[in-house]
Design a protein around this ligand. Structure first.
Ligand code: 13P
Length: 336
């Protein structure tokens, strides 16, 4: 394990004014995204979409630090035969790879899931390193009970997911790949922001306990958390300032200062909310870690619509815009 290299990579992933493009949708998820523009999902259409993004300037050179890829994408070449990973490194960005195998039903706890993918992970990481990946991602999914049901998520669900995240992280570091640890408390449902705070705090406390117990070196990790926010169906939505304040408070209570950087997921927030929340957190607080974005939907929804299957110039214009707005937010300088 080369700790200096891991730390250097983690710092570069969360460099000032830069964030991560999460383009690691699985084949079934990207199909759902393409359905919204009436485009058939094929290996070529997925390649065309991602090639368009990775060739976007100045977004890729100035606002993006790294790109999370899906297994298919890290092996694909552009229409002219250039490996997609080369487009990414030529722009000065770091290729990353999603390595989890998705959330599967958790035995003994109906309705809850545990993320799988540990079997064979050591050899897959070795291969991904050879293919150019210098960081990886694993997402644990935590669903909050509906209608005030406080029994969900169960501590069992959180514990097994955080245990798996730490096992993944230790294997990544052994392979000189920076693990992005992503415990996502979902926005789905009708829970209050206070309940989101409680669940997120518990999950993060358990995550850092597991990382410690399994010998993961925090200096070589990046955290990808949800923001503390009310469920999408909650009738009482907090203000942007409240979301920023509660998210910062929750992170200060749980995330050690040794963590080199935090890159949020967007989780279904509107594009503008995701940007505004990030900017407010960077503007008003003195924090021990840089806060930036690792957005999927909040970076790609607008460009997907503009591209609409073929309009490269419109797609790139929209991607440049969203990437620039989120870069400003990472610096605490975004204004509506
Ligand atoms: P969203 O920003 O769309 O939540 O996606 C980020 C991600 O990588 C989820 O795992």
């Amino acid at each position: 394990m080369d700790l200096d290299q891991l730390n250097e990579t983690a710092i570069a992933m969360t460099a000032p004014g830069k964030g991560i493009l999460a383009a690691d949708e699985s084949t079934s998820t990207i199909k759902k995204r393409f359905d919204t523009i009436g485009l058939t999902s094929t290996a070529d259409s997925r390649r065309d979409w991602r090639e368009m993004l990775f060739r976007t300037q100045p977004a890729m050179s100035e606002y993006v630090s790294g790109v999370i890829l899906f297994d298919e994408t890290i092996r694909q070449t552009a229409a002219d035969g250039t490996p997609l990973t080369k487009l990414i490194t030529d722009a000065g960005c770091i290729p990353g790879i999603k390595v989890d195998a998705g959330a599967k039903p958790l035995a003994g706890s109906p309705g809850e899931t545990v993320t799988e993918g540990l079997d064979g992970l050591r050899s897959r990481l070795e291969e991904y390193y050879k293919l150019g990946a210098r960081f990886a991602k694993w997402r644990a999914v935590i669903d909050v009970g509906r209608g005030g049901d406080d029994s969900l998520p169960s501590p069992y669900c959180i514990n097994v997911n955080m245990h798996a995240l730490a096992r993944y992280a230790a294997l990544c570091q052994e392979a000189n790949i920076v693990p992005i640890v992503e415990p996502e408390v979902l926005m789905d449902g009708d829970h209050t922001i206070e309940r989101c705070y409680e669940v997120t705090e518990f999950a993060l406390k358990r995550l850092y306990a597991e990382l410690f117990e399994q010998g993961v070196v925090l200096e070589g990790t990046v955290l990808k958390p949800n923001m503390v926010i009310a469920g999408a169906k909650c009738s009482d939505q907090a203000t942007r300032e409240e979301v920023a304040a509660m998210t910062v408070q929750c992170l200060l209570n749980t995330v050690p200062a040794a963590v080199p950087g935090i890159a949020f997921l967007s989780g279904g927030q509107s594009d503008e909310d995701a940007t505004a929340h990030l900017s407010l957190m960077n503007e008003g607080y003195n924090l021990p870690w840089p806060l930036t974005f690792s957005y999927g939907r909040a970076l790609q929804a607008a460009p997907l619509k503009a591209w609409n299957g073929s309009d490269v110039a419109a797609g790139q214009r929209a991607f440049n815009h969203r990437a620039r707005m989120n870069s400003l937010a990472a610096l605490g300088q975004w204004r509506s």
